[in-house]
Design a protein around this ligand. Sequence first.
Ligand SMILES: O=C(O)CCC(=O)C(=O)O
Ligand SMILES: [Fe+2]
Length: 220
Amino acid sequence: MHFLEPASAERLTADGYLPLPGLITADGLTLLRREAAGLEALARRRDFTMECMDDSPRHMTTLGGQMITEASDRIPALYRDPDLAGLLARAAGEPVTEIADPVERHVLNVLHRAGDTHGADTDDHPYALVLFLEAPEDPADGGLVHFLPHAGSLRDLDAADGSRTARHRAGDAYLLRSDTTAHRVTPLIQPGLRRTVLNFAYTTPTARPHRTESATELYA
Ligand SMILES: O=C(O)CCC(=O)C(=O)O
Ligand SMILES: [Fe+2]
């Protein structure tokens, strides 16, 4: 079980971001990578700008939750894992529950070409757990998470003070207050690099529903 400092909920509230380094065990990483390699064969290449997210770029290969449920037992089981739910509730300082949407609940995002990027967004649901299956070794190679908590708009990510950048290794994870933290993944800077994540979306009993076209555009 992953160790969490008692102050993690305060930290997540203040920063919008909580690193969970080494959340995935070595065996878990092997299994999830094998699963993701099979799923990637079903995934679709996306290259467009997302109008509802300030025309931010999407250059990536993705697979939505409905396809993952059809093709994988392991990933839906991990999404619903009670130990994981307990950890997320302690990290967030509030109950964290599954979302109803079959597309957004667990998605696979693969950056694998030079220039690939997941441009600026906020998510429809309050929490995102991002699990790293592959990541560039060198932070100079890109694939970093750039984020601004309590963002007024996506433009503030580049314009306002207080944005931060975080790097991760394969096996790491982070929890994001993803509906109010503007976030993007910086472009991979050269060929031959790969960044593969699973993104698990969660809600809370008190969260108000909020919907954009973003998931449909990226995963349907
Ligand atoms: O890949 C990441 O680190 C973030 C992904 C993301 O923003 C999303 O899937 O909505
Ligand atoms: Fe996001």
